[in-house]
Design a protein around this ligand. Structure first.
Ligand code: NAX
Length: 328
């Protein structure tokens, strides 16, 4: 039978992990015929809770789950990994300044970047979900000089899926009618969900909506602030939807995006659309066999230009801050 694919997941005992691990183990990423070995990283105090999660994974008797390794040493857990989903991060707690948050996460993502560099398999792909996702990915990438930069991405697929869902609801069409959605920039409140290039049943989405006020004052803020709305309603941050988006992003990266469509991924900029080279910014991308390409040639009007520039400026500030801290 086939060799198991080794999937490393960090923050495995957390909220997102509790949904993500069971989806991966049940075949949602690699299908029913590919065995998966899970390699789960946590901080030492969370290992006991993680043992409980592993008991539940065992109890599912998933036919595709070929084994589980757990531990608190990234050098061990990333050994031979083909895919690493970096979900664990240091959340912002009361009284924490942005600089504190960046340095706490900097310590995590420099170490994990080095460990991936030294121990992951040659075909490694790395998806960062833990926030601040774009800048955490930048830190990991910068600390893994032997891994091609194209192998790193940060998650904006949840924002992308949220945008599809909001647009479909507005136009009362199934989500399957929506294509070519784009999230530009940072996975933060400055992100820009773009309807000017999206399509509904093959027709331009902004024209189908025909309401610039809704687009500017309802759609964009609803998508950008959806995470806060979930916290407000549920009492904790989005977890199952974040896990689902993490799966969607990895699956499409490895298996390819659909014909006549694209996905949003935060990837290292080559200067496309005026985004400074080297920043990890969200773009429309097509994917194939684990590689991605930024969709070229889209017309960017003044409205979109302003929105993209604002989010990219925030990314440049975050990069400057972590550079100052010596993390990249
Ligand atoms: P939780 O706090 O429930 O879980 C995080 C887990 O990470 C904890 O179990 C913690 O022990 C672990 N962890 C911390 N440092 C670690 C390290 N150095 N190595 C390994 N594990 C470590 O958070 P959860 O709700 O699961 O969210 C995880 C991350 O995803 C957060 O940073 C969150 O902000 C981010 N999100 C990103 C989203 C995105 O679209 N990019 C959306 C959802 C989510 O908010």
């Amino acid at each position: 039978s086939a060799q198991p694919v080794k999937v490393a997941v960090t923050g495995a005992a957390g909220q997102i992990g509790y949904s993500l691990l069971f989806r991966i183990a049940s075949g949602a990423l690699f299908g029913p015929d590919t065995p998966v070995q899970l390699r789960l990283l946590e901080i030492t105090p969370a290992l006991k809770a993680l043992e409980g999660v592993v008991m539940e994974l065992d109890d599912c008797a998933f036919p595709t789950l070929a084994g589980v390794e757990i531990g608190d040493d990234p050098n061990v857990i990333f050994d031979g990994a083909n895919l690493a989903l970096l979900v664990g991060a240091r959340p912002r707690t009361k009284g924490m300044e942005r600089g504190d948050l960046l340095s706490a996460n900097g310590a995590i993502f420099t170490g994990q970047g080095k460990a991936l560099n030294d121990h992951a398999a040659d075909d490694i792909r790395i998806g960062v979900t833990g926030n601040p996702a774009n800048t955490n990915a930048l830190i990991a990438m910068s600390n893994a000089p032997d891994i091609p930069k194209e192998r790193f991405s940060a998650l904006t697929r949840l924002d992308h899926n949220r945008a599809i869902s909001q647009l479909a609801a507005k136009l009362q069409v199934p989500v399957t009618e929506i294509t070519k959605m784009t999230i530009w920039g940072n996975h933060s409140a400055t992100q820009y969900p773009d309807l000017f290039h999206a399509e509904v049943s093959g027709k331009n989405a902004a024209e189908a909506v025909g309401d610039q006020d809704w687009l500017e004052n309802t759609f964009i803020p609803t998508v950008a602030k959806r995470g806060a709305a979930i916290i407000e309603a549920r009492g904790s941050s989005s977890a199952a939807s974040a896990a689902s988006a993490t799966i969607d992003a990895a699956r499409d990266w490895l298996n390819g995006s659909a014909k006549d469509d694209w996905v949003s991924m935060a990837v290292v900029s080559d200067g496309s659309y005026g985004v400074p080279e080297g920043l990890i910014s969200s773009f429309p991308v097509t994917t194939k066999n684990g590689d991605w390409e930024i969709v070229q040639g889209l017309d960017i009007d003044d409205f979109s230009r302003g929105k993209i520039d604002a989010s990219v400026a925030e990314l440049a500030e975050e990069r400057d801050a972590v550079k100052e801290l010596g993390l990249i």
